[in-house]
Design a protein around this ligand. Sequence first.
Ligand code: BES
Ligand code: MN
Ligand code: ZN
Length: 490
Amino acid sequence: MTLQFALNQANPATAATDCIVLGIFADGALSAAGETIDRASNGRLRALIARGDVSGKSGRSALLHDIAGVAAPRVLVIGLGEAAKFSVPQYLRAIADGVRALKSGASKSALCTLTELDVPGRDANWRVRQAVIAADHAAYRYTQNITRKPDAGLETLHLSADTAQQAALDAGIGIAAGVAYTRELGNLPPNICNPAYLAERARQLASEHAHVTCEVLERADMEQLGMGSLLAVSRGSANAPKLIVLKHNGGGDAKPFVFVGKGITFDSGGLNLKVQGGIEEMKFDMLGAGSVLGAFHAAASLKLPINVVCIVAAVENMADGDAYRPSDVLTSMSGKTIEVLNTDAEGRLILCDALTYAQRFEPQALVDVATLTGACVVALGKQAHGLMSKHEDLSNELLSAGEHVYDRAWRLPLWDEYQSQLDSAFADVANIGGKYAGAITAGCFLSRFTEGQRWAHLDIAGTSWDEGKKGLASGRPVGMLCQWLLDRVA
Ligand code: BES
Ligand code: MN
Ligand code: ZN
């Protein structure tokens, strides 16, 4: 069950809810809600802080019970860290810490007063919207194919704010649902989430919204279009490739914003089989597709007054007797020929044809999103998406959207000097660029297929999922993409 949200102006001392969530700073300073609770309880909160039972250190929390003078049976105190350092990440963390503490506890409802805290450079609308997104993220559970029932817990989170923030609350709910959609697709195993499954989910999305249409191009359609590069990657798989095209029409005849997502539902590496480890994480290699679908989901459910086209290249990269080979030369839809020097550099091979196809929609801006290179993870870690674009203005739009919602990207150069690393003796371009600057040469490869377009590329190989046995899809960069779209509306 998903977490429900509501605005609430109740006094925290008298609110009828199962739990009050409030913050305190590391020096013991109370928030306004903390003052209210302290006064109502005759100084109990301050006494517990003095005794060391409650700490304002970041990451600490304390669940207090039956505080005299407080109507709610529980008070959850979240440590906010130093007041002077309190900013966007500390705010988002406090919200998430609060939800995680209540996720499977006895409280069905809670009143979160953290939305009243001052966040430098951000207004009340931002605080409400991002609180919903952060809270929903923290409440997320993956339950598909798990027969044991998860513990029940928090069902409704009330946020302290007045009715002026209703639109912000609704936007937060729409974006959070898009994030959850992306995470669910990413977390599904590749035997379920294959190209046909993604196509089915896209069709379903269209059936839920009158202003959304879906078209799925099959192998024969792609053959007709001459998508020799995308089709080569798909050849080793028993699962047929799908090129999914979703359109959200909210902006009349305005030129659309076009997203293209890498949807490799499993990346074995192909004949260049992934033997150095990490192959079991390659179900996440469709998260470029997953995140453009999630952002599209949000745009559609929020009925944004713009046009958005979402193109997903859904393909499985497998090894087989019919698989494409290292040294094969492919002819892409653009007419450019490509020498395959490594079948594990498959993402760019499906994206180049999808990007060529995208040009027919005459995009205002064209943004592709892909778990493209391990080199991007080496360069930027799991903190920042790699952003590559030759367009200063588009780069800045995306960077500042990411900054605003703390889903940040960092720009890497696409200078001409890197292009020669893609030289080939047997085709127009090679699909790998050697050991240096691997994230950039992948971007350079894509740049050959987006000439004349207002285009940007996001490499999310490091940011789109958390590593390890219990690692889940992060839902990034849905937040950034949604903010970018919202900025285009304003
Ligand atoms: N899907 C991978 C990139 C990747 C690697 C994402 C690790 C997340 C974590 C991509 O298809 C790939 O295999 N890239 C190769 C390119 C190389 C052969 C030029 C890589 O990064 O090693
Ligand atoms: Mn690969
Ligand atoms: Zn891949």
